[in-house]
Design a protein around this ligand. Structure first.
Ligand code: MN3
Length: 242
């Protein structure tokens, strides 16, 4: 089952290169189609659910179609709605000069905003032709910062499996040292280090795997390794570290 509108792989790759580069090139205007693929509608001035760059069943058997459909059309869509709502409520608060709910809606913006960005990155970090190992400069950086790809894969999976409750396993670029870090995100936005640029994230909320893997998070994370879109991660890395 396909879900339309879809975007071709090349445009998805180009668009998601922007996610990592945003902090470094925020002054560069980007084409509207790329912004839509990143989940922002410039014409409407609001966040939108970006299309998946592949069909719901494209990652079978590693990630099942039902999980993908619910995850994308229900969970991710809810983060988009929550982010737009939070920002609208903050605009109302400014208009009214009423600070009583500033803390609530600011927290909501961070949670739903992170949820939106995380999932956009998640979808494009996977591919029906994914798996294997990265090449080029990213492979060299992984060897430098984690000793080997196998050591990286071991730590990345262990970190993701060990996330307490709901969260994410992240591979991120740290721009001060210009090195790679593996981080554990809790919820959508907690335990991340300010300034890092996420390159690859695995969603370990139960909604990401429970239908197929039940409580076997480690099996799900191992399956995720088989669908990683390394060319996309390499492109993100090149944008921020190149
Ligand atoms: Mn999720």
């Amino acid at each position: 089952m396909d879900n339309s509108p879809s975007i071709d792989r090349r445009s998805a790759l180009g668009a998601l290169g922007l996610l990592g580069a945003t902090a470094f090139a925020a002054n560069q205007p980007e084409p509207a189609t790329d912004m839509l693929a990143l989940g922002w509608d410039q014409a409407k001035g609001e966040y939108v659910l970006p299309p998946l760059p592949y069909a719901f069943d494209a990652l079978e058997p590693h990630i099942d179609a039902q999980t993908m459909e619910i995850h994308h059309t229900k969970h991710h869509a809810a983060y988009v709605k929550g982010l737009n709502t939070a920002l609208a409520k903050l605009a109302e608060a400014r208009q009214a000069g009423d600070a009583s709910l500033i803390q609530h809606w600011t927290r909501q913006a961070a949670f739903h905003g992170a949820g939106h960005v995380n999932h956009t990155l998640f979808w494009l970090g996977m591919s029906p032709t994914g798996g294997g190992q990265p090449g080029g400069a990213l492979a060299a950086a992984i060897d430098r910062d984690f000793a080997s790809f196998d050591k990286f894969a071991w730590q990345f999976q262990a970190a993701a499996v060990a996330v307490e409750g709901s969260g994410w396993g992240w591979l991120a670029f740290e721009p001060i040292s210009r090195r790679l870090l593996i981080l554990q995100g809790e919820s959508q936005q907690k335990l991340l280090m300010t300034g890092v640029v996420p390159l690859l994230g695995v969603d370990v909320w139960e909604h990401a795997y429970y239908l197929r893997y039940q409580n076997r998070r480690a099996d799900y994370v191992a399956a995720f390794m088989k669908v990683i879109n390394w060319p996309h991660v390499e492109a993100l890395f090149a944008r921020v570290a190149g």
